[in-house]
Design a protein around this ligand. Structure first.
Ligand code: ZN
Length: 383
């Protein structure tokens, strides 16, 4: 890993449930979530930094072990900073491109470990607008424009055409505003990490969009190495699919549609045949009588079991399920039978109504059947 080293002074350490919280005299660590950005990671002494929290103007560092107060060497993960800078500059370019192509403003930004999102103030984002925006954004990347950082006084802000105006409260409380300027393409106030040239952002890609809050659209995007990793992942998935479905990439969608259609037909045929078989079994088989009721035990296809109650008469059906048994009867009260089985310790869970019951049980089928027959006989003697 690449690291940048700093000497820091720990002035306070507190033990918490999740680890130790350190306060530094001055911190080089960027806090999590500030300006929508991810925070720094690294080490302080020999402790790993798990979280950097900004609270009431103070920065707190959650670390995995005690380091003690005093001077220590802190190391910051610079590869992570590079990734953060790519995503953040990518966001400026993407947001400016949405304004440039479609006049759609960004109203929210969140950077995550896997992907980042911007919230657009538009209820529906058309494919055309998205395509044109990505084209422009990646053209800006390829143009390798310098990304400048300017420190300006609040009263000088009028000289710049800011994409988003700065909050009045911030203007009143500060002497200097940090602007990120990307040539003539975009200027916006921001305190996060950025690359020095748009070429360093790498390809910007959008992986998903969704409607939020009825009037906005959330855009999930990646930049730089994240886009490369995503492309590799897609290649792997598509490679596996084309091999298992024996078709080319271009045929993949229609192949999947055909298979789904075939599956639908097969399912409906299975249902039809299961019903036919259930009907045949119900009318032609001789069932054992328990207390004058046809006792049916079915441990084959559950699809057939589902249709048996429709064609059986004066019966009690027990069928095997994945984690227990299904009960059905037109004569006996299943809920009562289940209660009795529960008292006998044969049931781990489940429930029943008058005509049907679904129970979870570890008992082997022979044992369970034996117990059910006994319960049925007991039931008839008690009523
Ligand atoms: Zn920024």
């Amino acid at each position: 890993m690449e690291f940048k080293e700093f000497e820091v002074e720990v002035v306070d350490e507190k033990q918490m449930d999740e680890g130790f919280v350190l306060k530094l005299k001055e911190t080089p660590f960027y806090p999590d979530g500030k300006g929508g950005q991810l925070g720094d990671r690294g080490t302080i002494g020999n402790a790993r930094v798990l979280k950097v929290i900004e609270e009431n103007g103070e920065t707190l560092h959650l670390v995995d072990k005690s380091v003690g107060t005093g001077k220590h060497i802190a190391k910051i993960d610079t590869a992570r900073r590079k990734d953060i800078a790519q995503q953040h500059t990518g966001q400026h370019i993407l947001s400016a491109a949405f304004v440039g192509t479609s006049n759609i403003p960004t109203v929210g930004f969140h950077m995550g470990e896997e992907y980042s999102t911007i919230d657009l103030d538009v209820p529906v984002l058309t494919d055309e607008a998205l395509r044109a925006t990505l084209e422009l954004a990646n053209e800006i990347v390829r143009s390798c424009i310098d990304v400048e950082i300017l420190e300006v006084k609040p009263e000088e802000l009028d000289h710049y055409h800011l994409r988003k105006s700065v909050d009045e409260k911030i203007l009143e409380s500060t002497k200097s505003i940090r602007l990120i300027k990307i040539g003539d393409f975009d200027v916006s106030a921001c305190g996060g990490f950025h690359v020095e040239n748009t070429g360093m952002v790498g390809t910007i890609s959008v992986i998903k969009t969704e409607k939020i809050k009825k009037t906005q659209t959330r855009v999930y995007f990646l930049a730089g190495k994240r886009t490369e990793r995503h492309l590799q992942k897609l290649n792997d998935i598509v490679g596996k699919l084309t091999t298992s479905l024996t078709c080319s990439i271009d045929e993949l969608t229609s192949r999947a549609e055909t298979l789904l259609e075939e599956l639908k037909t097969a399912r409906s045929l299975t249902k039809k045949l299961s019903e036919k078989l259930a009907q045949k079994i119900a009318v032609s088989e001789e069932f054992e009588k328990v207390d004058n009721i046809a006792f049916v035990f079915w441990q084959e296809e559950p699809e057939v079991a589902a249709f048996l109650p429709k064609y059986l008469k004066n019966y009690f059906l027990v069928s095997k399920t994945e984690d227990g048994f299904m009960l059905a009867s037109d004569t006996l009260n299943c809920s009562k039978i289940v209660e009795m089985l529960k008292s006998a310790g044969a049931v781990r869970g489940g429930g029943a109504g008058q005509r049907r019951g679904q129970i979870v049980s570890d008992l082997p089928p022979e044992k369970f059947i034996e117990l059910v027959k006994k319960v049925i006989k007991d039931e008839s003697t008690t009523t």
